[in-house]
Design a protein around this ligand. Structure first.
Ligand SMILES: [Zn+2]
Length: 256
């Protein structure tokens, strides 16, 4: 039985838009779900400024992708698309409220590291929220939150919550702290991305964008191969963290 002092999920992936989790960490999420880990997703915006599809269509696509990946649950806040702001007290409070509700052991921010301002702001916002969620005296308004009906029940909220590790998706030119061997989950990542037909598939009724250009999926594949090559496996996803592991023996994992 969990109570408000025990972690409610193993990993929470926080992204600005619905498809960022799948692009940045789809393989890792599927891999961990296969191992029985409880992985949740949190989308900060509904993606109303996207060139194609309504927010309802995007949420339906996210639900389908969540099923493919085996997510334990998925939530969506209603921050204004394009204006994720790490200095906005309300936004920090809403993320802190989710942290207290889900009680994650680890948190990873999953913006595909590009020039979109929401992708730049999200890591700073989450870092601040992780700190503020520890402060019992702060009682922020949780705000409106969509809950994926295919997920598990949310546990009781803790009065305060402190995560163990904060990570982020490693930029292409960055130094990874760890690489997941996602070979066994690669096909599922591709399937999850295919759920976002409105975003990644071109059609007569759709506007051409950078992400529905077929070259975009090739770029995701190329990146996974580059990290995989670095790790001596077929496909990889890389994460960064400022934290260091604390050990009392040689760690058993492979180091390259
Ligand atoms: Zn995005």
């Amino acid at each position: 039985m969990s109570d408000e002092r025990t972690p409610g999920c193993d990993l929470l992936v926080i992204s600005p838009h619905t498809d960022d989790l799948e692009i940045g960490l789809g393989g890792t999420v599927a891999l961990l779900a296969d191992k029985g880990r409880s992985v949740w997703g949190l989308d900060l915006t509904r993606g109303e400024l996207g060139s194609n599809a309504t927010v309802q269509e995007r949420w339906r696509e996210a639900a389908a992708a969540s099923t493919v990946l085996g997510l334990a649950g998925r939530l969506q806040l209603e921050f204004p698309d394009g204006f994720v702001d790490s200095r906005d007290r309300s936004q920090v409070g809403q993320v802190a409220a989710v942290l207290r509700r889900l009680r994650p052991r680890r948190v990873v921010t999953a913006p595909d590291p590009v020039r979109h301002p929401d992708h730049v702001e999200t890591p700073a916002l989450v870092r601040r929220a992780c700190f503020m969620a520890r402060l019992r005296a702060w009682r922020p308004d949780p705000g409106p939150c969509l809950v994926w009906d295919g997920g598990q029940d949310l546990g009781a909220a803790a009065e305060a919550w402190e995560i163990e590790t904060l990570l982020q998706v490693c930029p292409d030119q960055g130094a990874p702290s760890l690489i997941f061997d996602i070979g066994p989950a690669w096909e599922r990542k591709v399937q999850a991305l295919a759920c976002y037909a409105s975003q990644f598939k071109r059609g007569q009724d759709r506007r051409d964008t950078a992400i529905n250009d077929p070259a975009f999926l090739e770029r995701i594949t190329r990146r996974a191969r580059v990290w995989g090559r670095r790790a001596g496996v077929a496909y990889g996803e890389a994460l960064q963290t400022e934290a260091v592991p604390v050990v009392d023996d040689l760690p058993p994992e492979k180091w390259l």
